[in-house]
Design a protein around this ligand. Sequence first.
Ligand code: MV4
Length: 449
Amino acid sequence: MFRKILIANRGEIALRIICACKELGIATVAVYSEADRNALHVRFADEAVCIGPPRAADSYLNIPQVISAAEITNVDAIHPGYGFLAENANFAEVCEASHITFLGPTPEVIRMMGEKDRARREAASAGLPVIPGTAGVVEDEHAALRQAKEIGYPLMIKATAGGGGRGMRIVRSPAEIAASFRSARHEAEQAFGVPDVYMEKYIERPRHIEFQILGDRHGRVIHLGERECSVQRRHQKLIEEAPSPAVSPEMREAMGARVAAALEKIGYSGAGTVEFLRDAAGEFYFIEMNTRIQVEHPVTESVTGVDLIKAQIRLAAGEKLADVVPAVVFRGHSIECRINAEDPETFAPSPGRITAFHFPGGHGVRVDTAMYSDAVVPPYYDSLIAKLIVRASDRLEAIARMRRALEMFVIEGVKTTIPLHRRIMDDPQFRRGDLHTGFLDHLLDSPRR
Ligand code: MV4
């Protein structure tokens, strides 16, 4: 087992990883930017190293600085958390070259999944259903028009380097193809430095459902069920839950087994998430894979009882899945609300000093946060300040528990998305579990009762 782990992250996820390390008896090293001197991850780690100025590019994303901190403190592994360096294949390679274990899959698998059209091909050849589309990159406008005819309309143009919805276009007729192809390529080039795009049939009003998986270093992969992540705005999730209201136990076992078998073929190790769109007919289609621990992992922990971060660390140390996760049993329902320091109407970031902070507790309530009264939310990073997670015996009890927990969450000094979450918990469509990726846009457009 590792003696000491460096956590290349900040905020609630850095604290979450420190919790797991403490329980495993592993020493921790925090890294921090000048804006995070008074942060809780610095206080609760055994050691802390300042790695640069506030801007992420100068600190949390600065690979030489992170590796230097790891070498000075003599750690044997680095946990990247989510965001920052978590899906950076070059960083994983530098870790390997420095004889430091990167707590994630191999650089090859990270790279494979980062190229979205390649990920799609690999998923298909490993036996996962994919959306009908092009075999690879679309070379020019003429090829686009020709291949669009085979796929049919509406279709979607997507950036191979994609993510976060950038370089994506919906195309509804042949007349739009050329202009959309050009603008998608331009946007992809601007955003990722790679203009390549591919095309898929467009799925109208899908649900976003993702499967959690864990792989050991002995070739075995298991699934831990799915999460429903359809409540999102501009590709930022707001609410996640497990299980999905749309997935039966039979469907969970059938899809989960397929996902695990596919990822065994690919040679996946560590924690990962396989994202699907589910259309109105109930069909699942692979869209992409995330090779990291995700923000919403706690809802899976709540319904399975598995500590995913501890599992991630033990698996990376070479333990077998049969020992780390002897059996997966699903129980009850869990919901997570992401509480952001943002204006709940405009979603404009609201950094500043938190003048009062009281979070709810009681039966079935978990709060993952690195905030406290008098803490400062810096303007340099994402605006997530707390995750409120509830578990209950069924979905309606979980909603009732979330409602009361949101009422008892006090955050003063910055604006937060708590009022929006309260509105969603009271929405009849949400309460019915009748969700799709356009749900929140629709709610925000409709007049308030
Ligand atoms: C799609 C789609 C419909 N049809 N692909 C958005 C981000 C990227 N990861 C994939 N995305 C989508 N791909 C086809 N063929 C609809 C979306 C999509 C979406 C997906 C998941 C969660 C929220 C979304 C919001 C808008 C569009």
